[in-house]
Design a protein. Structure first.
Length: 132
């Protein structure tokens, strides 16, 4: 499959939408970008350069998720943005992954403390893969 890959504008738009929807007052207190140019660099660094198999797409999305979550390009809502973008990218490429909110939140909190590589994250994403 030839992948659709998010642009920095896609990531910023997802972040802004998640920030606006957040009910956590702390999220609203510190909006915006923490490190300018980081999202753009992450997109370029993780963008697949070849036609992908489904397994390599999971790996690329896992790498994107990990770098956005751990790199912390925004003041707030980094983990939710990372998960949202990874799931959107999989979906845009015909791979439906539905992660229950409670499992996604718990995993993303743990991810920032227990450094996992893209292979482990890809396996976690595959658990929620649904064939349609």
């Amino acid at each position: 499959i030839l992948p659709w890959w998010p642009s920095a504008n896609d990531v910023h738009a997802a972040h802004d939408a998640l920030l606006a929807a957040s009910r956590n007052p702390r999220d609203k207190k510190f909006p915006g970008i923490a490190v300018h140019g980081m999202v753009e660099n992450i997109i370029v660094d993780t963008m697949p350069r070849l036609v992908l198999t489904v397994d390599s797409l999971f790996y690329a999305c896992a790498d994107l998720l990990r770098r956005l979550a751990i790199g912390h390009p925004y003041q707030q809502v980094n983990k939710r943005t990372a998960l949202s973008i990874a799931l959107t990218t999989l979906d845009a490429n015909g791979v439906l992954v539905t992660v229950p909110e409670i499992d996604g939140d718990a995993y993303m909190r743990r991810l920032t403390h227990v450094r996992q590589g893209p292979a482990e994250i890809a396996e976690w994403l595959k658990r929620w893969h649904r064939n349609v």
